[in-house]
Design a binder for this molecule. Sequence first.
Ligand code: SF4
Length: 148
Amino acid sequence: MNSAWIKLRAHHGMCLAFFRGKGYSSGFVAHMAQVQQALEKNPLVRVVCETDLICKACPNNHDRVCCDQEKVSFYDAQVLKACGLTAGEILPYRTFQALVYDNILIPGKREHICGSCQWTELCHLTQQKPQHEERSFHDDKREDTRAV
Ligand code: SF4
């Protein structure tokens, strides 16, 4: 994580919003938590449609190609479109997250994009929790309550 920006695939902007310590393997979960922590410092991110820093520790990443490439590429394309971004754009992480929240999550469009994902039920349940139980993206001062 030493480059000028962190490579982040577009649909991971949604995954990060709902990550609660569950994932494809214990190594993946630990790595994702690390990435999430690094992103809280609001680095620049390069939003892409290919394997990224999160994919790096994923057991589904085979030679830098996701084994569910067709599905995740669709998610990426939909997130870019909804946020008005193009692949390769570099912007502060919080700006990207605000675009994801404002254009997808708050208007309730998440399931239209990634409803076929194996984790969708978990994200759905997280979304249903009363807001005061959740960390608000717009409230940087609140304690992190995401560990499950
Ligand atoms: S499932 Fe695919 S897109 Fe998701 S983290 Fe793993 S390699 Fe990346």
